[in-house]
Design a protein around this ligand. Structure first.
Ligand SMILES: *Cc1c(COP(=O)(O)O)cnc(C)c1O
Length: 843
């Protein structure tokens, strides 16, 4: 949920012409330049229009007071208008039936203002890549507006559309759906004149009754298009097109001559490039692409076929075909890395344009707002823009000025030329360099400490060199964490619960090895009830980095009480002794009503109060005595065997004991503490019990406790091949001489060992790693910092420095590793050593 950017939508009155609101309260004719759907992204209050959305993860109306406070004076709401008018008489307020619908209607009218071609792209995979390929190929011939990143949802599409302007000559938008009936809504907004259906896979299948239903739903995007391109070798897609009667607009391509409009053929040259030829009647086009993988070839074929439908001159067509050779892999990640000198790097290798700049600045702002690190921005010239440089850099300068920062570094001729737009009084310092080399040769980068550094450059500026320069040089072995997958997994679990139930995220053991801070940061906008950690120090660290969520400490120790109250951490209370001691501590600190969480032991037999009547009566008595000091924020219990179907009687008994105990305690208090029982497995198998909260642990990391839920893998552990060796016949490998390979065999040495948390039980073929999609067994014993793998199967096809996956790909997930050594996934991930570098990205 992001604001749209360079749109100048004129006034609220203009916008209202597109709608039939229920009621309006208009006080002025202010210009509207920003549509805001997420209150945290506010940068320019006076000309922002806020849409208060109700979504699964929250209610935007809650943020209106705060936004008003900051100077916002235009709101779309879907609640009765009167109380708002009374409270905010000088604000413009519009009441509509549904705010998202209203935004979509505005976008659909906005779309109708423009007559240039609009390309709509849908499909299961490759939408963003195809969009970016087309942008790269066509930007010499058209002034293109396109979706920022992968803005393809019910909200992303309207926000993208509102970027359309008079100055453009072509638009390219993505449309993604996860539910039936969604596409027609997107079709009415995008109204593509041309289209591409990339492919159909299993993604988001859960909400569709069949693959056919999903295909037909996606095809709705093209009902009013002139033509759309698709892979005619997919029988399912072909059938969908026939069923919907769309054959007259469908332009298929096939590897079989005569089967479809285009006949396609490929030839692979062995050096990583592929030659694609498409032929229709006696016309043919041939291009070379710098890829050899299936997905890229399919994506490029779609582009080539679509380009055949555009009215280009011969010279233009030639130029576009030549550009296929310069396509590059599309990086869509915003990656966060540890830097030197306490810096953190936000590396955005996505195309450098003004929309993605705003997204990156928002991301940086969100991080610095709580981490108290300073913000530094390193930006290159923005190439391939439709705007005149003067207008563009004026706009960029104004945008940058809205984001607090201490240093702005511009790299490139144009930024040097227009540096006046960046010298605003009262803002941070600025520095300008014509080239990346000049910046690297200067000392400036070495003076930056304790900052969040945004590094954002167009490809030709090779900003990866700046990232390398600033990054911490550590161990080659890296745990890559997909922050987006974390959020999606959280949503999958939320969907299992009743809408009012909130989630406590278990972040113990450094967030199950993922990194507690980054985990908290990634999820803090998801309306979490709290985080839980094992030890007070873990909580203290989160607070010191600016995490504001309630934090529960599961194993509070008396020695840590000081830290807990200082850092506003909430202890779990598991017996009378700890309750009295904590109450005494609270009293000494002059505090009161301090929140605590009472655990009942209903069968786990770990910590907690036994829920028999005598124990609970006594506890209730003590709670009375400490009443003004302590407030029971919640009462909970922990399930011992929620993942064991055989033990469901036992588990149901735990629920019953808990309910009874919690009811009794509540009856003895003058208020109602919150309740929570389920862990990950409990949410999956026992979601017929409803409580205020549930505690999500391992499921967040993409590991379903029962295997019944489709989740996204979150973490990928990778390293590189240090060395390759051919082993003389009969020789042995490693300590104890336990390893051997086939005669003439090769081994590779990789820098990960049991000190990194790679279990020694993987020794001697029990474990494997993935290299070039091939499983290679461990040979010999795992050493402390290294181990050896058998490369015989890959002989001649690997080189030193190649990537080695330890886990995180199909066939080699954490659960596979756990199974190999007879343990549980929890152990595999929580044991990964802190010395393994963690990198985080947002897809
Ligand atoms: C660790 C823990 C959880 C989470 O368990 P998962 O199986 O990872 O979901 C929940 N509650 C308590 C008390 C825990 O200690």
């Amino acid at each position: 949920m992001t604001p749209i950017y360079n749109t100048i939508m004129s006034t609220l009155q203009n916008i209202l012409e597109y709608l039939r609101p229920i009621q309006t309260h208009l006080v002025d004719e202010r210009p509207i330049r920003h549509i805001l759907t997420d209150s945290r992204k506010l940068t320019s209050p006076s000309d922002s229009l806020f849409f208060a959305m109700r979504t699964a993860s929250g209610d935007g109306h809650k943020y209106i007071p705060q936004l008003y406070e900051h100077g916002v004076r235009a709101f779309f709401i879907c609640e009765p208008i009167e109380p708002y008018v009374e409270r905010y008489p000088d604000a413009n307020i519009v009441q509509v039936q549904e705010t998202l619908r209203a935004l979509q209607q505005i976008a659909s009218h906005w779309r109708m203002r423009y007559n240039y071609p609009v390309i709509g792209i849908t499909g299961s995979n490759g939408k963003t890549v195809v969009k970016e390929f087309l942008y790269h190929l066509l930007s010499g011939c058209y002034r293109i507006v396109r979706s920022p990143k992968s803005y393809n949802s019910q909200l992303g599409v309207p926000l993208s559309i509102l970027n359309m302007e008079e100055e453009h000559t072509l638009a390219i938008f993505e449309a993604g759906i996860s539910m039936p009936m969604e596409m027609l809504r997107l079709q009415r907004i995008i109204r593509p004149t041309l289209g591409i259906l990339t492919n159909i896979g299993a993604a988001h299948q859960e909400n569709f009754v069949s693959l056919n239903q999903k295909i037909e739903e996606k095809l709705q995007l093209f009902v009013d298009a002139d033509h759309f391109v698709y892979d005619a070798d997919s029988d399912e897609i072909q059938r969908g097109i026939d069923n919907l009667g769309l054959s007259d607009k469908a332009i298929g391509w096939s590897l079989t001559p005569g089967k479809a409009y285009y006949h396609v053929s490929y030839s692979h040259s062995g050096d990583g490039t592929t030659i694609i030829t498409v032929q229709h009647a006696d016309e043919s086009s041939t291009v070379t692409i710098p890829f050899a993988d299936q997905a890229s070839i399919q994506n490029a074929t779609h582009c080539l076929c679509l380009i055949g439908l555009l009215p280009l001159t011969t010279a233009q067509r030639q130029a576009v075909l030549a550009r296929f050779a310069t396509l590059e892999a599309i990086e869509m990640r915003l990656e966060v890395k540890e830097g030197q000198a306490g810096n953190r790097l936000i590396n955005d290798a996505y195309n450098n344009d003004i929309n993605s700049l705003r997204i990156a600045l928002d991301f940086q702002k969100q991080r610095t707002a709580t981490s108290h690190q300073q913000a530094v921005i390193i930006l290159s010239d923005i190439l391939q823009s439709a705007q005149l440089p003067r207008d563009l850099y004026k706009q960029v300068g104004e945008m940058i000025a809205q984001y607090p920062h201490t240093l702005f570094i511009g790299v490139g001729r144009e930024l040097c030329n227009y540096q006046d737009y960046f010298q605003r009084s009262g803002e941070g310092k600025t520095a300008f360099y014509e080239t990346t080399d000049q910046l690297l040769a200067d000392d400036l980068l070495g003076t930056i400490t304790h900052a969040e550094i945004l590094v954002k450059g167009a490809r030709q500026f090779q900003f990866e060199r700046i990232v390398q320069h600033l990054a911490k040089q550590v161990h080659e072995t890296t745990l890559e964490i997909d922050l987006e997958a974390l959020v999606n997994n959280l949503k999958s679990y939320k969907a299992l619960l009743s809408p009012e139930t909130r989630i406590i995220v278990m972040a113990k053991a450094q967030g199950y090895g993922i990194g507690a801070y980054e985990l908290a940061k990634a999820l803090e906008q998801q309306d979490l009830a709290a985080l839980a950690v094992a030890l007070a120090d873990e909580g203290k660290e989160l607070r010191s980095k600016g995490i504001l969520l309630p934090i529960i400490v599961m194993n509070p120790e008396v020695e840590a009480f000081e830290v807990m109250t200082q850092s506003r951490l909430e202890p779990e209370i598991y017996n009378e002794r700890i309750l009295r001691e904590f109450a005494r501590h609270v009293e000494r600190q002059g505090l009161s009503h301090y929140p605590v969480h009472i655990e009942l032991d209903t069968g786990m037999h770990r910590t907690g109060f036994t829920p028999d009547r005598a124990t609970l009566e006594h506890l209730a008595q003590t709670l009375h005595e400490v009443e003004p000091l302590i407030r029971v924020q919640s009462i909970f219990t922990h399930l011992a065997a929620a993942d064991e179907p055989m033990m469901s009687d036992f588990t149901e008994q735990q629920f019953a004991l808990y309910d009874e105990g919690a009811d009794y305690l509540t009856s003895q208090l003058s208020y109602r503490p919150l309740r929570h029982v389920q862990n990950t497995a409990g949410m999956e198998r026992y979601n017929h019990h409803h409580y205020d909260m549930a505690r999500l642990g391992v499921g967040l990391y993409g590991i379903s406790a029962t295997g019944s839920l489709t989740l996204e893998p979150v973490a990928k552990l990778r390293t590189t091949l240090l060395q390759i060796k051919t082993i003389p016949d009969g020789e042995t490998i490693g300590y104890g001489r336990r390893g051997q390979v086939a005669p003439g065999g090769q081994i590779g040495i990789i820098p990960i060992g049991y000190a990194d948390g790679y279990d020694r039980r993987f020794s001697c073929g029990v474990g494997s790693v993935m290299i070039h999609d091939t499983l290679c067994p461990i040979v010999g014993n795992v050493c402390m910092d290294t181990c050896m793998v058998d490369l015989t199967a890959l002989q001649g096809k690997v080189a030193e420095g190649d990537e080695v996956i330890i886990f995180g790909v199909p066939g080699l997930q954490v659960s596979d590793l756990a199974e190999r050594i007879g343990t549980i996934p929890y152990e595999v991930i929580s044991k990964l050593s802190p010395r393994i570098k963690r990198t985080y990205y947002k897809s």
